[in-house]
Design a protein around this ligand. Structure first.
Ligand SMILES: Nc1ncnc2c1ncn2[C@@H]1O[C@H](COP(=O)(O)OP(=O)(O)OP(=O)(O)O)[C@@H](O)[C@H]1O
Ligand SMILES: [Mg+2]
Length: 291
C-alpha cells in the first residue's frame, strides 16, 4: 500500500504517541484502540502499532495475529518494511501494525543488534508522514520494547487506573522518560495523563483522581474514562467500542478524549503551566519536560 493514508490532502507532521505505563492492566490497550478509533472517525488517519507480545491491540482491532503476513516482530528484528505489515481495520482511516507472540523473544534477540533501541523510530521514519497519528501500545514493562516506543514517539500518554497504588512506580516511569529525553529523543513531550476505570460509585476513584490531579496540575486530561462493561466486552468482538456500542458511556468518554488529544496538538498545552508535583519527592518528575 503505497498511496498516502493521510486523511486530508495537506501532509502534516505525524504525531507519534506512545501509550505507556509499566503497570499491567491500567488501560493502555483499551486507550490505544478506542482513542485511535475515535480519532479516525473524526477524520484523522491513524495507525495503531501493537508493541506488546500479548497482541491485545491486534485482536481488539479484529486482526488475527495467526493470519498476518508480517508483524512488528519482523520489523524490529528483521528490519522488514513496515508497509508490509499494515493491516486495515473495520474503521475507515484506522490501521494496525499487528503483534505476534514471537515478539516475546525480541528483547533477547536484539541484545547484540546495532542501534537496537532505534528500530521502531527508523521504521516509522519510512512512513514519511503518511499518517496523522501513530499510537503505540506498549507492553507492561520498561524494557527494550518500551524504550523503542519512547525513542520513536513525539509524545507520551500515561493511563492511570483509579485504584489503590495508582501512583506507585510512576516516578520510575518518569525517570525513564527523562533518560530517553536526555539520551535518545530530546523532542519527546508528555501529552497527558488519562484517568481510567473511574467508578463514580466509589470514593476511592474520586480520591485517586484528586490525588493525581494534585500531583500533576494541568497535565491530566479533563476527560475521565469510566469503568464500563461495554469497553471490556468490545475486544472480544474485535471492535473498538465506537462500533460495538457507540452510545455507551465508555465510547462517549473516548470520543471526548480524542477531541482533547486533537486539541492538545493545536494549542500545545493541556491548560496549565508545567508544574513540579507537590510532595512527589521525586526529582525525576520535575526534570521531565512537559509540554
Ligand atoms: N474503562 C474500563 N472499564 C472496564 N473495563 C476496562 C476499562 N479499561 C480497560 N478495561 C479492561 O481491563 C483490562 C485491562 O485493560 P487493558 O488491556 O486496556 O490494560 P493494559 O494496560 O493494556 O494491560 P497490559 O498491561 O496487560 O497490556 C481489560 O480486560 C480491559 O477490557
Ligand atoms: Mg495492553
Amino acid at each position: 500500500m503505497n498511496d498516502s493514508y493521510a486523511a486530508d490532502d495537506e501532509a502534516t507532521q505525524t504525531r507519534a504517541i506512545a501509550v505507556v505505563n509499566h503497570k499491567g492492566g491500567v488501560g493502555k490497550t483499551t486507550t490505544a484502540i478506542n482513542l485511535g478509533a475515535w480519532l479516525a472517525l473524526e477524520g484523522h488517519s491513524v495507525l495503531v502499532v501493537d508493541l506488546d507480545p500479548q497482541a491485545n491491540a491486534t485482536t481488539g482491532l479484529g486482526v488475527d495475529p495467526r493470519r498476518v503476513s508480517s508483524s512488528i516482530y519482523q520489523i524490529l528484528v528483521n528490519s522488514s518494511p513496515i508497509e508490509d505489515a499494515i493491516e486495515p481495520t473495520a474503521v475507515r482511516n484506522l490501521f494496525c501494525v499487528p503483534s505476534t507472540i514471537d515478539l516475546a523473544g525480541a528483547e533477547i534477540e536484539l541484545v547484540t543488534a546495532f542501534s537496537r533501541e532505534l528500530r521502531l523510530r527508523k521504521a516509522l521514519d519510512t512512513l514519511e508522514d503518511e499518517f496523522d497519528v501513530v499510537l503505540i501500545d506498549c507492553p507492561p514493562s520498561l524494557g527494550l520494547l518500551t524504550v523503542n516506543s519512547l525513542a520513536a514517539a513525539t509524545e507520551v500518554i500515561v493511563p492511570i487506573q483509579c485504584e489503590y497504588y495508582a501512583l506507585e512506580g510512576l516516578g520510575q516511569l518518569l525517570k525513564n522518560i527523562n533518560l530517553i529525553q536526555t539520551n535518545l529523543n530530546p523532542d519527546l513531550r508528555l501529552c497527558g495523563i488519562v484517568l481510567t476505570m473511574y467508578d463514580a460509585r466509589t470514593r476511592l476513584s474520586e480520591q485517586v483522581a484528586n490525588e493525581v490531579r494534585a500531583h500533576f496540575p494541568g497535565k491530566v486530561f479533563g476527560t475521565v474514562i469510566p469503568r464500563s462493561v461495554r469497553l471490556s466486552e468490545a475486544p472480544s468482538f474485535g471492535q473498538p467500542v465506537a462500533l460495538y456500542d457507540p452510545r455507551s458511556r465508555g465510547s462517549i468518554a473516548y470520543r471526548s478524549l480524542a477531541a482533547e488529544v486533537a486539541e492538545a496538538d493545536a494549542d500545545d498545552t493541556l491548560a496549565g503551566a508545567p508544574a513540579e508535583p507537590e510532595g512527589a519527592g521525586d526529582e525525576a518528575v520535575a526534570r521531565v519536560r512537559w509540554r
